[in-house]
Design a protein around this ligand. Structure first.
Ligand SMILES: [Zn+2]
Length: 134
């Protein structure tokens, strides 16, 4: 009986810690500095194909599956092509459209630079409980 109670207390403590982590790690904080584009100066708008450069205003669609720790930035848009909401949200997936500017991040090991997301603000947000099953 004693060991059972101890185990229950342990799991409650872990749950509280997990909740705290979820609250503090906002999408814009996690995605700041996230590399985009296949190579340095290689990002393009997925809507019109226009090349995106450092300091350009950009929007990104990013998602994170319920059990995954990492966000995936799957689409980049220029200002004109940016969607104002998450189209066809998926159940069990946190999805965001964030807007900001392109910056550069130095990759010391590769001795190169990559474009990255900076100065982000969330434009649209889809909670995991919203949308249709994938
Ligand atoms: Zn565009």
């Amino acid at each position: 009986m004693t060991s059972d109670n101890a185990g229950r207390h342990q799991s409650t403590t872990n749950g509280a810690l997990n909740n705290e982590t979820t609250v503090t790690a906002t999408p814009e904080a996690v995605l700041a500095g996230h590399p985009v584009g296949p190579r340095a100066n290689g990002a393009v708008c997925i809507g019109c194909g226009e090349a995106l450069h450092e300091t350009d205003i950009v929007f990104a669609y990013a998602y994170r599956c319920a059990e995954a720790a990492d966000w995936v930035v799957s689409r980049l848009y220029c200002l004109e092509c940016a969607p104002s909401r998450v189209r066809s949200p998926t159940l069990g997936v946190t999805e965001v459209v964030v807007g900001g500017r392109l910056g550069t991040i130095a990759l010391p090991t590769a001795r190169s630079h990559r474009l990255c997301l900076t100065e982000l603000a969330v434009r649209a947000y889809s909670h995991p409980t919203e949308g249709c099953a994938p």
